[in-house]
Design a binder for this molecule. Structure first.
Ligand code: HEC
Ligand code: HEC
Ligand code: HEC
Ligand code: HEC
Ligand code: HEC
Ligand code: HEC
Ligand code: HEC
Length: 342
């Protein structure tokens, strides 16, 4: 028995050593492949960004096979795994969708920068659609039934309306006034700009002053007290928690009340997203209900119809219904007659 065990151990050791002799690990690959000078523009990878993704845990070798003498052997690297091998459920949904024949996974994703929706902004998510669906064109077609289509598309990324995902979160992004004019545009702050604001402290300290890991209602209102002087504001986006890959027209997203009367319950979960050094985002939870708090929450996010104050809701809905009777009537009519049109 003892001899048998020794024998196994010896075989195992041989196998391990044998591998170590030639197998290049992810760090070795990155040693060359993060250097443009070494591998050329087209073969270079953003190492910091890659390392923060789930694919880094899989390692380069999970998808690529290179020769022992790579790159000197001149042998072409082999792709040993496709997206479908590891993401079968998504691949199945996607292949059956309208887009299945029009775009491949790689049209919207870079295997070396694969991030979960929580680590991206809505703007980044929309970039993958805008390559084929031009933004001015989309705004025009949607404005036929959707009031303030531009506001909606800025705050509700395409996938919030065009995928079956039913659970949403509100994420607030820090924006900065461009220039000194009172009505100047606001733009997303990047990591460097935010770092300067907090004098090199953790970027989350901008709102999470006590560094408790959560942004409280109090911290939120402190931030807004100072916002005229600081030129900073928050911009809210409603994004799906997970992204279903059926990408289609959802009948229930015609319905304004799907979002606007969803009530506070549906939007209790909110976060503040802070840009990370590598261009992705990290999120901190916001105290429950804070975003929608009618009086002390963020003045930049007012979901008509979903605040906790009944009076404000009614006023909001009246304004909505009064001013928008036409588009709503039209939208509802189109919604009701959708079967006939098809
Ligand atoms: C000593 C530096 C070096 C290391 C280490 C290295 N590579 Fe490369 N790699 C290169 C260079 C240089 C090229 C471009 C070669 C060419 O164009 O002929 C390249 C090209 C590639 C290509 C694309 C071109 C092709 O051959 O198809 C892939 C994929 C690749 N490497 C993957 C890897 C993986 C995976 C690892 C780790 C297991 C790795 N490399 C380790 C230098 C390196
Ligand atoms: C989850 C799978 C996956 C992982 C992990 C992965 N790659 Fe890739 N890689 C791909 C795919 C897919 C392509 C595109 C190949 C094609 O179009 O033929 C690619 C392309 C490349 C290329 C060619 C240039 C380019 O960007 O198209 C290089 C070089 C490369 N990978 C190196 C690496 C290195 C080095 C690592 C580890 C740090 C790595 N890859 C990790 C899937 C992966
Ligand atoms: C070797 C297996 C493997 C391959 C091949 C692979 N992935 Fe992944 N991928 C994973 C794992 C494991 C995760 C972690 C989260 C999960 O299970 O979905 C992940 C995560 C992701 C994420 C981010 C989601 C998250 O929660 O972090 C995206 C986007 C993604 N993959 C896209 C792709 C695309 C596009 C391809 C093809 C180019 C691909 N993957 C190929 C294993 C793989
Ligand atoms: C590579 C190009 C391409 C990309 C990228 C793309 N689309 Fe499309 N999309 C198309 C084409 C082509 C059609 C028309 C298909 C048809 O009518 O047969 C379409 C149709 C649609 C439709 C109408 C489907 C229906 O129900 O009739 C919606 C909605 C849509 N796309 C949303 C999106 C969203 C959301 C994204 C980003 C996540 C996206 N598309 C990215 C090419 C693209
Ligand atoms: C508030 C929800 C909502 C948002 C946000 C939204 N859509 Fe739509 N979209 C719809 C609905 C509902 C329809 C069906 C309209 C119709 O049939 O007239 C539609 C129709 C479409 C169509 C097919 C018909 C057409 O009008 O061309 C495409 C393509 C499309 N959307 C793409 C996009 C893209 C890309 C984005 C992001 C830039 C986006 N949509 C954002 C709800 C939305
Ligand atoms: C038309 C654009 C588009 C295509 C094509 C596409 N995706 Fe995505 N995918 C997205 C967007 C947008 C997201 C949300 C942002 C993100 O995580 O990248 C996403 C998210 C994901 C996620 C994370 C899902 C989650 O909820 O955590 C995975 C995994 C993924 N995609 C894999 C794939 C695979 C595999 C394919 C090919 C079968 C594919 N995608 C094709 C646009 C696309
Ligand atoms: C998918 C969810 C969703 C749907 C569907 C939707 N909205 Fe919105 N709507 C939002 C979000 C999110 C905002 C942005 C709130 C903010 O940032 O202040 C918004 C903003 C608005 C605003 C502007 C409020 C302001 O502060 O300027 C009006 C008006 C509005 N929606 C009316 C409608 C009408 C009418 C419909 C139906 C035709 C509709 N919405 C459908 C989510 C939605």
């Amino acid at each position: 028995m003892k001899r048998l065990l020794l024998c196994y151990a010896a075989i195992l050791a041989c196998l391990l050593m044998g591998q170590n002799l030639w197998a290049m690990e992810t760090e070795d690959c990155l040693g060359c492949h993060t250097e443009v000078d070494e591998v050329g523009e087209s073969n270079a990878i953003d190492g910091a960004l890659f390392s923060g993704t789930a694919h880094a845990e899989e390692g380069c070798n999970a998808c690529h096979e290179v020769g022992e003498e790579h790159p000197d052997d001149g042998e072409e690297a082999q792709l040993v795994a496709t997206c479908a091998d590891c993401h079968d459920a998504i691949t199945e949904t996607y292949t059956a969708s309208v887009h299945g024949e029009n775009a491949s996974c790689a049209d919207c994703h870079n295997a070396h920068q694969a991030l979960a929706p929580v680590s991206l902004s809505g703007i980044q998510m929309n970039e993958s659609c805008q390559g084929c669906h031009g933004s001015t064109e989309v705004e025009e077609t949607h404005a036929r039934w959707l009031p303030q289509a531009d506001v909606h598309i800025r705050s509700v990324p395409c996938v919030s309306c065009h995928s079956s995902s039913e659970k949403f979160v509100i994420t607030l992004y820090v924006t900065q006034r461009q220039g000194n004019r009172a009505y100047a545009d606001y733009e997303l702050l990047n990591y460097d700009q935010l770092s300067q604001r907090v004098d090199g402290a953790a970027v989350t300290a901008l709102l999470d002053v006590d560094q408790s890991g959560e942004v409280s209602l109090e911290e939120l209102s402190e931030f807004y007290k100072d916002s005229e002087r600081s030129g900073l504001r928050l911009w809210a986006m409603m994004t799906p928690e997970t992204v279903d890959h059926d990408f289609k027209t959802m009948d229930n997203r015609w319905d304004c009340t799907y979002c606007h009367a969803a009530g506070p319950e549906a939007m209790q979960d909110s976060f503040v997203a802070f840009p990370a050094e590598d261009g992705s985002y990290q999120r901190l939870p916001m105290q429950k209900g804070a975003t929608l708090d009618a009086l002390f929450g963020t003045p930049d996010f007012y979901m008509v119809g979903s605040t906790r104050s009944k009076v404000l809701n009614i006023v909001g809905l009246l304004i909505l219904l009064g001013g928008l009777a036409m588009p709503i009537g039209h939208g509802t009519l189109r919604f009701l007659t959708r079967k006939n049109r098809k």
